[in-house]
Design a protein around this ligand. Structure first.
Ligand code: NAP
Length: 236
C-alpha cells in the first residue's frame, strides 16, 4: 500500500483526507490534539504522530521511523485576523506566519528526503492568497507565501510532482470562528473529494469550489487600484 503523511489531520480538511486515504493507504496522521489522535488510531491503516509543526525537533523525532512516503500533504494551519491594522499586532502576525509558513520549511527539511521518486508533495494554501482581503494581513501573507513556496518548488524539483491547493470556504472548526458570511462554502466531504481528485490527476493547482475561485481569479486580473475601490465594499 502507498504511504501518505498528512499534517493537520486531527480536524477539518486534514481529518477528512486522513479518513478517506485510510481506505487504501497507510496514513501517518499528524497533529497536537491527543484526543483526536487517539480517535484516529482506531481507524485501520492510520498511525498517529503527535507533533507541533512549528517545532522541528518534534517533527524529526516523531517521523524518525518513516523511511519512504508516496504522498506528503502539508495542510496544518490556523487563521487569526488583524482587527486593527493601525495598531499592528506583531505577536499575532508571528503566530500565523509560524504555523502557516515557517512550519512548511521544517516539514520540508525533515520529510522531503523521504518522498520517493515520482511521489507527490501537496501544500494547502488558500484562495485568500489571490487578493488583498480586509483583516487578512497575517493569514493572507502566510498563504501567499505558501503558494509561492509550492510553485517555486515545482520549478526546481524534477523528481516529484508538487501541487498547491486553493480552497474557497470550507465548513470546519477553523471557519466556525468567522463572524462574516462565507459565500459558496462547501463541506469537508466536498473539499476532501475535490482535493483527492486533483491529487489523483496530479494537478499543479487544485482549487474549489470552481464558481467561487473563478470569480476571485477574475478579480485578481483587475488593476490593484480598482480592487482597492471594490474592497471597501467588503470591509466591516
Ligand atoms: N476551512 C477553510 O475554509 C479553508 C480555506 C482555505 C484554506 N484552508 C486551509 O486548510 C488547512 C486546514 O484547515 P481546516 O479548515 O481544516 O482547519 P481546522 O479544522 O482548524 O484544522 C487545522 C489543523 O491544523 C492543525 N494544526 C494547527 N496548528 C498546528 C500546529 N502548531 N502544529 C501541528 N498541527 C497544527 C490542527 O491540529 P491540532 O490542533 O491537533 O494541532 C488541525 O488538525 C489550513 O492550512 C487552512 O489555512 C482552509
Amino acid at each position: 500500500m502507498k504511504r501518505v503523511l498528512i499534517t493537520g489531520a486531527t480536524s477539518g480538511i486534514g481529518r477528512g483526507l486522513a479518513e478517506q486515504y485510510a481506505n487504501d493507504h497507510i496514513v501517518y496522521a499528524c497533529g497536537r490534539n491527543e484526543q483526536a489522535l487517539s480517535e484516529l488510531t482506531q481507524i485501520a491503516n492510520i498511525t498517529a504522530l503527535q507533533m507541533d509543526v512549528t517545532k522541528i525537533d518534534e517533527i524529526k523525532s516523531q517521523c524518525a521511523q518513516i523511511d519512504a512516503l508516496d504522498l506528503l500533504i502539508l495542510n496544518a494551519g490556523n487563521c487569526e485576523y488583524i482587527d486593527d491594522a493601525k495598531h499592528f499586532d506583531s505577536a499575532l502576525f508571528k503566530r500565523v506566519i509560524d504555523v502557516n509558513l515557517l512550519s512548511l520549511g521544517y516539514c520540508l527539511e525533515v520529510l522531503l528526503p523521504r518522498l520517493r521518486e515520482g511521489g507527490q508533495l501537496i501544500i494547502v494554501s488558500s484562495s485568500a492568497s489571490f487578493l488583498a482581503l480586509p483583516r487578512a494581513q497575517a493569514y493572507g501573507a502566510s498563504k501567499a507565501g505558501a503558494t509561492y513556496l509550492a510553485q517555486s518548488l515545482a520549478v526546481d524539483l524534477d523528481h516529484i510532482d508538487v501541487s498547491v491547493v486553493h480552497p474557497g470556504f470550507v465548513k470546519t472548526p477553523l471557519t466556525d470562528k468567522n463572524d462574516f458570511s462565507m459565500p459558496m462554502a462547501v463541506s469537508v466531504e466536498q473539499a476532501t473529494k475535490a482535493i483527492m481528485k486533483g491529487i489523483s490527476k496530479r494537478k499543479k493547482e487544485i482549487h474549489f469550489p470552481k464558481r467561487f475561485t473563478f470569480i476571485l481569479k477574475l478579480l485578481q486580473l483587475l488593476p490593484f487600484s480598482m480592487w482597492l475601490f471594490l474592497s471597501k465594499g467588503i470591509r466591516r
